[in-house]
Design a protein around this ligand. Structure first.
Ligand code: ADP
Ligand code: 5GP
Length: 203
């Protein structure tokens, strides 16, 4: 069986990553989302176990102690992490897994050797539009908006280290590009079981 692929997706907060991922995941089968753990409070409408596993710092630190995270990082003053359980089983089942993680988490995954992972960065058209989107979403305090905008400038510098860059200007166009990347990566010939050459499959 073909093992699933990891798609690592990062973006400055407000770039539209969640919106894009919801649309693409509704459209492409065999894709699952890794549900992270976080110490941030739920936003209105967010559900525990669906959007995130919402943990307090003590619970999160206990998971770190127990080495339950594939990666974790402090982002915008909160802890976020991907548990080993959130991805392992699904990959084994041949599902492709989307990891929505920040630039620090992506760097950790590169370092610990996830050579087959595909790294995709989603950027807003410019910082002014990023600020408008964060404000329009209406989920953050003024202080948090300012922190996220400040961090966006550092995060943007990491974009060059990714395999793909998508500018989310017109939503429908960005959605097509993201879907196209996922489908093209799936179609790569080296994904044949145990590296067999195409001809061998027919003998
Ligand atoms: P992120 O997950 O990257 O923090 P969201 O998906 O929550 O961002 O999007 C932030 C806000 O911007 C939301 O209100 C969303 O509806 C809006 N948005 C997303 N993509 C676009 C786009 N291409 N054009 C205009 N608004 C967008
Ligand atoms: P938000 O609070 O807006 O949901 O997410 C804030 C940031 O945390 C985003 O950049 C998001 O990608 C990142 N994030 C979410 N889950 C994880 C995770 O498991 N690990 C890391 N490193 N970052 C995460």
């Amino acid at each position: 069986m073909i093992k699933g692929k990891l798609f690592v997706i990062s973006a400055p907060s407000g770039a539209g990553k969640t919106t894009l991922l919801r649309r693409v995941m509704a459209d492409i089968t065999g894709l699952t989302f890794s549900i992270s753990h976080t110490t941030r409070s739920p936003r209105p409408g967010e559900r525990d176990g669906t959007d995130y596993h919402f943990f307090n710092r003590e619970q999160f630190m206990a998971m770190i102690e127990d080495k339950m995270f594939l990666e974790y990082a402090e982002v915008h003053d909160n802890l976020y992490g991907t548990s080993v359980d959130a991805v392992g089983l699904q990959l084994q089942q041949g599902l492709d897994v989307i990891l929505d993680i920040d630039v620090q988490g992506a760097e950790i995954l590169r370092k610990i050797g996830q050579p087959e992972a595909i790294f995709i960065f989603i950027a807003p058209p410019d910082l002014g539009e990023l600020e408008s989107r964060l404000r329009r979403r209406g989920t953050e305090s003024e202080e948090t908006i300012q922190l996220r905008l400040k961090n966006a400038q550092t995060e943007m510098r990491a974009a060059a280290g990714y395999d793909y860059l998508i500018i989310n200007d017109v939503l429908e166009t960005a959605e097509k590009v993201l879907s196209g990347i996922i489908l093209a990566e799936r179609a790569k010939a080296h994904r044949l079981p145990s590296g067999k050459a195409m001809g061998e499959l027919f003998i």
